[in-house]
Design a protein around this ligand. Structure first.
Ligand SMILES: Nc1ncnc2c1ncn2[C@@H]1O[C@H](COP(=O)(O)OP(=O)(O)OP(=O)(O)O)[C@@H](O)[C@H]1O
Length: 969
């Protein structure tokens, strides 16, 4: 199994064992990683040795909590570590999304139970079973859990509600010092040892956080109820050497004021035989704390006074010593000084002194049909027993009354709470050199709880494996049913035999009882016998080890006889408290005085204990249990000391080793086939052939063509495909060995490591997919961007060409307009010019016609034209250059330049359009005149430079030269 779990290949045993040892050596070689293992199921291999080493390493590193599968192992630090239990840390665990991911702590358990109660998943109610041997830290753990719940279950709704909740929480917390003062004592193993078992039911109500129904509900602590089991009342009258009585006796003796000392007859330094080792001062001896807590629980000062007075009365009763009587017919005499003690005790208990003495020393026997009363003086031992019995009776009733007062103070109205978290603080497995009925009851309770644990976790797990067809998974664990059959079975068991002895009320010796047990239960494998033992005894092989129980006094203890005279006496008390504790009840009287013929079952200690245990287990069965196993690292109660042998025996005693084995060997993770496929089907991609295998995806729920059988076959094939990828997922060669995973009928079973492997593979495939998607997306984006870019370019080009076209069209239109305007203007100018010229010409021709001409016109014309065409530049230069020349002088200059025919000067006229503005152009007129145009003449833009060819110059109505061209001529 171990090899399977840890992935070792199966070879020869010797070889396997050797390599395992080597592995172990290697693993244990370094202490450093060992203390970092938060879960004992992760130590490798899971053996007592490795578990022990791991715990030791963690203890040395001041790490006190470790998981062990479904159990939390709590090592007692034996030193105060305030930061480990601070309200801040409580809040941290409370606020954590996954508290189980934080370091192991009792607050993880607390928070898990609190969340489970809130989640309303059946079973809603939760229970925390805190177990361990005396001094291991059970009470401490329960106290811390109560504080945790008080902090996290505080009401956040209204101020008023908050105050109420706070008061209740305070009361619940206050019940601790009271119960510890009356129920705890200093023992050899623990200075503050609880001498009773308790189950605290923290009652929670459901409250809306806010007005909306959608707002999550909060759990608020509304009350609590305490149930106690098997108070060790014998301690009142009998304490082992070096042990002490219940704390409260020391508290009143040490903490009473002077007045109270007087009132209670407790002078300073007074010696009481029931108060051994008073010189030892413990922190639990604080009287004021108890008083304060009692007050807060509603026990007022007079009642408290009454209680302490009664307790003082018991202390004085303990000093009542009897001497042996010389005459059997006479009651035993009191020893020296005892008279005073009886008197004081009687006065403190407000009992009549003489009846008290008489009851202690004389037994009343009713016999015969007429119930005749016989009075028989008791022996000294009997007197002592009766005295002790009186004290035990008073103390036990007082304790029960206190518990009922506490309950009435902290218990909520049944309608006001809906769910609860139960805290069970029970005495751990006990095995002393001498064991009696108390140890039998305690170990019986532990067997029952172990069975509950087995039923809840181990058996359920194994049964599931079997149902799923996992043959390999049969882990051999100890089923303690045979042991329980031996102790409580029907019709014959140890309990039934002891009860039978009580019922028959026959004189029976210890040896006879031993023989009866051995002969009646000889077939039980859990019953042993030590032939070496001289004292009558029998051995029970418990799950946590063998314990030898002595039969001497067993039946008497089981009877726990209370002489009816004692009860009657106490009913006569004038003390208000004792009146409450021992009410005069006629019915009770008739019950206590049986006729001798009565066949009613006797209520023995064992039968009462068994009944309360059954009731407790019923409650536990209806809840989701959580387990905290407290371990005491050393019996000296010293910090930083780890005794391997002591821890080892505790690990065995609490069944932790089996738990660890089964947790490690089993499969803590189970996933349904469908869920498994949904999550890990993608792993088939890692298997080259698998992805293309013929097994299609699992069918849809509603498809009719799929029969369950074919679906199952397909699922199995798919699962196998996935599981085949596991070796490929392993990084290290060690991981490549067959993974601890099994495919059941409906679920896949695996370990944490397999889950890790699968998750790693899934992440790997998802990463590949992501990369693929990213690549595809990038390509798609690139293509899209390219398309967009091209489209943009196209659009830009189209827009630009459109704009250009528009622009050109506009230019074209403008050019057309300009051209047209220009043409019109030219025409107009030409017209104007021609008008102008024609006007001058007409005028000139009319002048020519009127004046006598010396040359015929064609001749004159030709000559003029020749003159103008040949000399006009010179004339023009002269006309322009003759600065200052004007009027006639100018004309002379011009004529001088123009070789006009002599004598005909008068027949030529020189006209200037604007003489003062300078000449722009010169025109030769057909009539022989030359026209000089000035700058502002519209002809300025006329054609320039006439062709000198006589063919092109058809007339003189032409512009000869523009001024701005003159410079170039
Ligand atoms: N977590 C802790 N931190 C510090 N000290 C602790 C812690 N747990 C226990 N102790 C110490 O160990 C002592 C014994 O613890 P506790 O009384 O809780 O043991 P127990 O298991 O209830 O014993 P018993 O069965 O005798 O009542 C305490 O008084 C306390 O001093």
């Amino acid at each position: 199994m171990l090899q399977q779990v840890n992935g070792h290949s199966s070879g020869s045993d010797a070889h396997g064992g050797e390599s395992l040892r080597e592995d172990l050596q290697e693993f244990l070689g370094g202490e450093a990683p060992l203390h970092q293992l938060d879960d004992l199921t992760k130590v490798n291999p899971v053996t007592l040795e490795t578990v022990l080493r791991c715990l030791q390493a963690r203890y040395t590193a001041d790490t006190f909590y470790t998981n062990a599968g479904c159990t939390l192992v709590a090592l007692n630090p034996f030193k105060p570590i305030p930061q480990l239990y601070s309200p801040e840390l409580m809040q941290e665990y409370h606020a954590a999304p996954q508290p189980q991911k934080l370091k192991p702590h009792i607050f993880t358990v607390g928070e898990q139970t609190y969340r489970s109660v809130k989640s309303l998943i059946e079973p809603v109610n939760q229970s925390v079973v805190v177990s361990g041997e005396s001094g291991a830290g059970k009470t401490w753990t329960s106290r811390c859990l109560m504080k945790f719940y008080a902090v996290v279950a505080a009401s956040p709704t209204s101020w008023e509600n908050h105050k109420i909740a706070e008061r209740i929480e305070q009361r619940i917390l206050n019940s601790n010092p009271v119960m510890e003062a009356f129920g705890n004592a200093c023992t050899l193993r623990n200075n503050n040892s609880s001498r009773f078992g308790k189950f605290i039911q923290l009652q929670l109500n459901r409250q809306l956080m806010g007005s909306s129904l959608l707002v999550p509900r909060a759990q608020q602590m509304t009350g609590a109820a305490v149930q106690t089991y098997l108070l060790e009342k014998t301690r009142v009258a009998c304490q082992a050497s070096s042990e002490r009585n219940f704390h409260i006796f020391y508290q009143i003796c040490k903490g009473a004021s002077a007045d109270e000392r007087l009132q209670w007859h407790l002078p300073e330094g007074a010696a009481f035989s029931w108060l051994p080792n008073p010189e030892r001062t413990l922190e639990e001896d604080c009287f004021e704390v108890t008083r304060e807590a009692m007050l807060l629980l509603g026990i007022d000062a007079p009642t408290q006074n009454n209680i302490f007075q009664a307790l003082a009365g018991l202390l004085h009763l303990g000093n009542t010593r009897f001497a042996d009587s010389e005459d059997e017919a006479q009651p035993c005499p009191l020893m020296d000084g005892a008279e005073c003690s009886v008197r004081t005790s009687a006065s403190l208990l407000r009992l009549p002194e003489d009846p008290l003495l008489e009851t202690l020393r004389i037994r009343t026997i009713r016999a015969g049909r007429r119930q005749q009363v016989f009075r028989k003086p008791c022996s000294r031992a009997e007197c002592d027993t009766r005295r002790d019995c009186l004290a035990k009776l008073v103390y036990a009733r007082l304790f029960d009354w206190l518990v009922s007062v506490i309950n009435s103070s902290i218990c909520a109205d049944p309608d006001s709470w809906t769910t609860f978290i139960g805290l069970l603080d029970v005495y751990g497995f006990e095995s002393f050199p001498t064991n009696s009925l108390e140890q039998l009851c305690i170990n019986y309770a532990n067997e029952k709880l172990q069975q509950h644990f087995v039923a809840h976790y181990l058996r359920a797990q194994q049964e599931e494996y079997t149902a799923e067809g996992l043959e390999w998974s049969t882990v051999s664990y100890q089923d303690n049913q045979t042991c329980l059959d031996l102790i409580e079975g029907s019709p014959i068991s140890i309990c039934s035999l002891i009860n039978e002895e009580c019922r028959l009320n026959r004189p029976s010796s210890a040896a006879q009882l031993q023989t009866r047990i051995e002969s009646s239960l000889a077939g039980s494998p859990c019953l042993g016998h030590s032939k070496l033992s001289r004292e009558p005894s029998f051995i029970v092989v418990h799950y946590a080890g063998s314990v030898r129980y002595h039969t001497a006094g067993l039946v008497e203890k089981n009877k726990d006889p209370i002489p009816p005279e004692l009860t009657r006496l106490l009913q006569q008390s004038q003390d208000p408290l004792l009146k409450v504790l021992f009410p005069a009840d006629p019915e009770e009287k008739s019950q206590e005085e049986p006729s001798g013929q009565s066949r009613a079952p006797v209520l023995t200690v064992v039968s009462k204990f068994k009944a309360s245990l059954e009731q407790l287990l019923q409650v536990l069965h209806s809840t989701t249990p959580h387990y905290i196993r407290c371990i005491k690292p050393n019996s000296q109660g010293r910090a930083q000391m780890f005794h391997q042998e002591e821890v080892l025996s505790q690990l065995e005693a609490c069944g932790l080793v089996e738990t660890i084995h089964i947790s490690a060997a089993g499969f803590p993770i189970r996933v349904s086939h469908r869920n498994f496929l949904e999550r890990y089907e993608l792993l088939r991609r890692l298997c080259p052939g698998a992805a293309a295998s013929p097994h299609g995806p699992p069918p849809d729920e509603g498809r009719s063509e799929w029969s369950p059988h074919s679906e199952q076959a397909t699922l199995q094939a798919l699962l196998q495909d996935i599981l085949h990828t596991l070796p490929a997922l392993a990084r290290a060669p060690a991981e490549a060995t067959p993974a601890p995973v099994h495919c059941g009928r409906t679920k896949v079973f695996m370990t944490d490591s397999t889950l890790e492997l699968l998750e790693r593979g899934r992440a790997q495939v998802l990463e590949q997919c992501a990369r693929c998607i990213q690549g595809g997306w990038r390509r798609h984006r690139g293509r899209k961007q390219e398309r967009q870019r091209r489209a943009a370019v196209l659009i830009q080009a189209a827009v630009r060409s459109w704009l250009t076209r528009k622009h050109i069209q506009r230019l074209h239109a403008a050019a057309t307009v300009i051209k047209r305007a220009w043409q019109e203007w030219r025409i107009r100018m030409a017209f104007l010019a021609s008008e102008e010229l024609d006007g001058v010409e007409e005028q000139h021709s009319s002048q020519v016609t009127c004046s006598p001409s010396s040359f015929p016109l064609p001749q004159a014309q030709t000559r003029l034209l020749g003159a103008v065409t040949r000399f006009w530049p010179l004339g023009l230069v002269l006309a322009n250059a003759a600065v200052g020349a004007c009027g006639f002088r100018r004309k002379l200059v011009v004529f001088a330049c123009l070789p006009l025919p002599v004598g005909s000067l008068s027949s030529y006229t020189v006209q200037t359009a604007q003489e003062q503005a300078g000449v722009t152009s010169i025109r030769a007129l057909p009539q022989g005149s030359i026209k000089f145009h000035c700058r502002k003449s519209p002809l300025r833009y006329a054609d320039i430079c006439p062709e000198p060819s006589p063919d092109t110059v058809t007339g003189f109505n032409q512009i000869l030269l523009e001024r701005h061209r003159l410079g170039h001529v």
